[in-house]
Design a protein around this ligand. Structure first.
Ligand SMILES: *[C@@H]1O[C@H](CO)[C@@H](O)[C@H](O)[C@H]1NC(C)=O
Ligand SMILES: *[C@@H]1O[C@H](CO)[C@@H](O)[C@H](O)[C@H]1NC(C)=O
Ligand SMILES: *[C@@H]1O[C@H](CO)[C@@H](O)[C@H](O)[C@H]1NC(C)=O
Length: 417
């Protein structure tokens, strides 16, 4: 009976599972023999992680009207490719290699407005892959030069066509992969603490906490303030602080015409695009105007955000100029962050408030744009008064008030440069 039973049983198995239960599928261990390119690439990324070390956390300037505000800048412009995108590119390449989206012969494509592509090009060269960035037609030469200098290539196309083109160039094509930071960054980002492990987490908040605790009597900052572009970085911070029950509030600082604020607060734009609402030039690297589908078109998870604030673009430009005047060299993100954090600090003026916010990039890349008053006039005169916002930001700092309150009529005033 025993023998017959086994025979019948195995026949049934054969019937049910057919070829799936062949001997090789039981014995086959996928990772061996090792793919040398892949193992080497992973090791090279870890060596790069060591070389990256930690970007500095520095105390921000004392702001007269805010005696209880302690501001800390995480200086990502000190990254090896000059921006916050360095750790993002690391995460994306590690993810793409681990999930075997890319192999030795892959050409990697990415949609970028500049700074991300510089870091991607760096990582692609590090692991020996070809990299092509789809950049907007109007991109400045400094960006394309920097992409080339890091071994990448750029392909100019109309701003709104880049996604479609990237898909078109890669879908169904052998040895081509569209990295798509918008869809994939939140899967790629590290949300783990690494303790004393020699392979250290690249999560920005992991670094921030270690540094913050050695500089402050508090255990964690009250707020982390940052905008979203893809949303992957701030999502990784939100998930990290929630995962480890860290009492830091994660604040999304959004730009004026971006869909993210309404997406996070009201669940809007999941089924429609915000393209018609977007007003150029916006704040480069801040916000998003398309349809917002987590994991497909964006990497911003509303569950990761504690607080969202929408900032008028011209207020953010004024804040960039204020910061530069007090010795902080930064880009558009920091302008948006500064208005947001002053607003938050003004609400709790009598309480001790500690804020950590990144400097995503230095001011150098924006001398011809956000730091050029002629350009501001051309681009932003339709928005309101730059002079009025400059006064609002300066006065806010002096008095400990919210620049959004003081400046609330600045968008109705005429341009007065
Ligand atoms: C950030 O780092 C850059 C590059 O090292 C440096 O030039 C800049 O002064 C730093 N900014 C601050 C606020 O420390
Ligand atoms: C996509 O590629 C095909 C050829 O591969 C071409 O016919 C088509 O026009 C392309 N579409 C876009 C939107 O670029
Ligand atoms: C989403 O939009 C499509 C087409 O615009 C519409 O048919 C559909 O009902 C919408 N779905 C929701 C949930 O609003």
């Amino acid at each position: 009976m025993g023998v017959i039973g086994i025979v019948i049983f195995s026949c049934l198995l054969q019937l049910c599972y057919g070829a799936a239960l062949s001997e090789t599928s039981v014995l086959y261990k996928k990772r061996f023999p090792l793919n040398k390119w892949r193992t080497d690439a992973i090791e090279k990324l870890w060596n790069e992680r060591k070389a990256m070390d930690k970007t500095p956390l520095v105390r921000g300037p004392k702001l007269g009207g805010f005696p209880n505000l302690e501001l800390f800048y995480k200086n990502e412009s000190a990254s090896r490719t000059g921006s916050i995108k360095h750790r993002q590119a690391w995460a994306l390449f590690m993810w793409a290699i681990l999930e075997e989206h890319v192999g030795e012969k892959t050409t990697v494509y990415e949609v970028s407005s500049g700074k991300g592509a510089v870091s991607d090009a760096f990582m692609a060269r590090l692991v020996g892959l070809r990299f092509i960035a789809l950049v907007p037609d109007e991109i400045e030469k400094t960006w394309t030069d920097a992409i080339e200098a890091n071994g990448g290539h750029s392909l100019k196309c109309p701003r709104t066509q880049r996604m479609i083109l990237a898909k078109n160039l890669t879908e169904g094509k052998k040895n081509r992969f569209f990295m798509n930071q918008y869809a994939n960054l939140d899967r790629a980002e590290d949300i783990s603490e690494s303790g004393d492990h020699s392979h250290e987490s690249v999560n920005i908040f992991h670094e921030i906490l270690l540094q913050f605790r050695s500089m402050s009597t508090q255990n964690a900052p009250s707020f982390f303030v940052h905008p979203a572009q893809t949303g992957g970085l701030i999502t990784s911070v939100g998930r990290y602080v929630q995962r480890y029950s860290i009492p830091t509030q994660v604040v999304l600082a959004d730009s004026e015409f971006s869909v993210y604020f309404d997406y996070v607060v009201h669940g809007a734009f999941k089924n429609e695009s915000g393209e018609k609402l977007w007003v150029m030039p916006g704040m480069y690297g801040v916000g998003y105007w398309g349809q917002a589908i987590l994991g497909q078109t964006i990497s911003l998870d509303p569950a990761a955000i504690d607080l969202a604030i929408k900032i008028p673009d011209l207020a953010s430009v004024a804040a960039m100029h204020y910061l530069k005047s007090v010795g902080i060299s930064c880009g558009p993100c920091s302008g948006v962050n500064f208005v947001a954090l002053l607003h938050i600090a003004a609400r709790d003026i009598s309480k001790r408030v500690t804020v950590v916010t990144p400097i995503s990039i230095s001011s150098t890349s924006y001398e011809n744009t956000y730091y050029n008053t002629e350009w501001i006039k051309q681009q932003f005169s339709k928005h309101g008064s730059f002079g009025c916002w400059m006064k609002a930001v300066t006065k806010a700092v002096e008095k400990g008030w919210s620049p959004l309150e003081i400046g609330k009529y600045c968008n109705e005033e005429k341009m007065d440069l």
